[in-house]
Design a binder for this molecule. Structure first.
Ligand code: FO1
Length: 319
């Protein structure tokens, strides 16, 4: 059975995984999920990217939104607001709250996040093994200009409250230096037949995962071919704020620049969209095999084709 390891962020990663599962239903898929977006609110630990993967693959996601639960209600949030307790800018629904309550209760009882995630997945049956990148606390902060001062804000505040509309100067995965990969992460990378970087954010999603000491090294040292899919199509991100956070780390928003940012020490293959076909030569000149194929995840079939192209490229670079 083909063992595939995917380093995934939130919406883009989750949708890619749905296509991958449809392309290779019998594969053994391990997902290393980003936890740099995690936030503590109302005394609860919220893990947006792990939950987005779990709900999407488990059939509980709010499809149009891409995050949170389908059929959601907001009574708890409204009651909290009536007490003057915020933040009001972060949309936690009643059904979603239950996940965070179970998670926080288990963490308080001494279970590591990896065990808690496994317990939550026992309900959702995502059909993949979902591992957090680390059991330790890592929080992505963004250095921004706000109200005349330069300050660090939590990634969720930058993205959800500020809509990534303030200038960002640096992205800091606070706590990453002391973090250890969660149990199973290094083992999965070492045993993989293929490692994939979905079209997730290269800085705050895949970049956060790679910032955990040992993970980047394990990807680079893996026997498996590593293939990524560009989240930048025609010079802009398909969704999200990748252009803004790429600028903050000094990387141009092009499919080729993102490939060079990962580098040939990590990537063996890179897929760009057909509109970026002119980037193929530049990526190949950087020592990374490159193909131009349609990269819009319009539905599961289109996404399954992208996943199949990524696996075909992995087969090619392995040969
Ligand atoms: O744009 C928003 N995204 C929300 N997201 C998505 C989240 O901010 C992100 O898109 C990611 O963290 C980036 O992957 C949530 C995700 C959750 O799992 C739980 C709650 C939220 C709440 C919001 C929200 O209020 N607004």
């Amino acid at each position: 059975m083909q063992r595939i390891v995917v380093l995934a962020g939130g919406i883009g990663g989750a949708r890619f995984l749905r296509g991958l599962k449809s392309a290779v239903p019998d594969a053994d898929i391990t997902v290393i999920g980003n936890t740099g977006d995690d936030i503590h609110l109302f005394g609860l630990k919220v893990c947006p990217d792990l939950d987005t993967v779990m709900y999407t693959l488990g059939g509980g996601i709010h499809e149009e939104q891409g995050w949170g639960r389908a059929g959601e209600t907001f009574a708890v949030k409204e009651e909290l607001a009536a007490y003057g307790v915020g933040p009001e800018w972060f949309g936690l629904g009643d059904r979603d709250f239950a996940t965070h309550i179970v998670r926080t209760q288990m963490l308080a009882a001494g279970y590591p996040l990896s065990a808690v995630t496994e317990a939550l997945c026992a309900r959702w049956q995502p059909g993949v093994r979902l591992l957090p990148m680390t059991d330790d606390r890592v929080e992505t902060h963004v250095l921004v200009d706000l109200e005349g001062a330069r300050k660090a804000v939590h990634f969720q505040e930058y993205w959800v409250r500020l809509r990534a509309e303030v200038p960002a100067h640096a992205i800091v995965p606070v706590g990453a230096e002391e973090a250890k990969p969660a149990p199973g992460v290094l083992e999965a990378l070492a045993a993989a037949d293929v490692i994939l970087f979905p079209p997730s954010n290269p800085v705050v999603s895949v970049g956060s995962i790679l910032s955990v000491p040992g993970i980047r090294e394990a990807v680079a040292a893996a026997d498996a071919p590593v293939v990524g899919l560009s989240p930048i199509v025609g010079g802009s991100p398909v969704r999200g704020m990748a252009d803004k956070v790429l600028a903050a780390v000094g990387v141009e928003s092009t499919a080729a620049a993102v490939a060079r940012h990962y580098g040939s020490d990590l990537l063996d293959g890179w897929l760009v969209d057909t509109v970026d076909a002119q980037a193929v030569a530049e990526v190949e000149a950087a020592g990374i095999r490159c193909r131009a194929v349609p990269l819009m995840m319009t539905d599961t079939d289109a996404t399954a084709k992208m996943a199949a192209e990524a696996l075909a490229l992995a087969g090619e670079v392995r040969a």
